[in-house]
Structure formats: C-alpha cells, structure tokens
Design a binder for this molecule. Structure first.
Ligand SMILES: [Zn+2]
Ligand SMILES: [Zn+2]
Length: 152
C-alpha cells in the first residue's frame, strides 16, 4: 500500500488527477487539500476500534450481568469500580468483583462508594457473599484476607 491519493492515476506515463481531470506534477498532488487516502484511514480506524472492544470485554463481573448501567441508579455507567480497590484491585479484576457506577455514585456524590463507608461496605459484603457461594470461603480468605461479613 502506498501513500498516494486515490484520485492520482497515470496517463501516457504522466501523473494525472481524476479529480481535476488534468495532468499534474506529483508535488502538486502531495500538497493538494482534496487528497483522499480513503483505504488507509478506514483500515487504521477499524484496527483501533477492535483493540478498544477487546480491552472492555476482558472485564467481567460476578455481581451483575449489566456492565453498561450504574448498579445503583441505572444511569449510563461512567466507570467499572473494583469492589476491593487499592491493594486488592487486581484480585478484584481477576475474579470479577466489579460493579458499574455512574460518576455520582462512584466518586462525586456524598452517597458514593468512595465517600460513603456504609455503601462501600454494602458492596464488599455483597461481593464476598457471591464469591463464597461461587467458589469457597477458604479461597475468599486466601485472596482477600479480610472477612467483611464479620467486620463492623
Ligand atoms: Zn448511579
Ligand atoms: Zn472505584
């Protein structure tokens, strides 16, 4: 694949522009504002979209099947929150201890998981309960160390 405009053709051994319908010099073609490099651009765009989707689909949750809407209010999600964040963030991602949240319920509002301790604890307990029924209490304690169901 080359870098030439799609309107650039060769006629009688000379560069010819289909758009201007005349013979041109190559340098004119390179500085032309109407130059179209269609195929190249579309190709690049497609590649990026695929990579984006891949990163998103590798995230899963054992708490909810809907990762598009805030688990609290149902508005469009702004972030995927790791229930056990900080040091256990990667373990959370590994087991799908993840919930979708809008900006307000994630970090902005007073009633958000990062600002309201009770709300934070509620989802930690919920996640722990689901994890234990899916795997085991032993595995939970091995991975997350703190039993939030016994903590107050
Ligand atoms: Zn919300
Ligand atoms: Zn968060």
């Amino acid at each position: 694949m080359n870098n030439y405009c799609i309107n650039l053709k060769k006629r009688k051994g000379k560069p010819f522009c289909k758009l201007l319908n005349t013979e041109i010099r190559l340098s004119e073609c390179f500085s032309c504002k109407n130059a179209q490099y269609k195929e190249r651009k579309i190709y690049k765009l497609k590649k990026q979209t695929t990579r984006h989707k891949k990163a998103d689909s590798s995230r899963f949750s054992i708490i909810t099947n809907d990762l598009e809407h805030c688990i609290i209010c149902g508005r469009k999600k702004e972030a995927l929150h790791e229930v056990f964040y900080g040091a256990y963030r990667h373990v959370s991602i590994k087991y799908g201890m993840i919930i979708p949240l809008c900006l307000n319920h994630h970090t902005q509002g007073k009633f958000s998981v990062h600002n309201d301790r009770e709300l934070d604890l509620y989802y930690k307990r919920l996640a722990e309960t689901i994890f234990i029924s899916k795997y085991s209490y032993e595995l939970y304690m091995k991975e997350f160390i703190i039993d939030y169901l016994k903590k107050d």
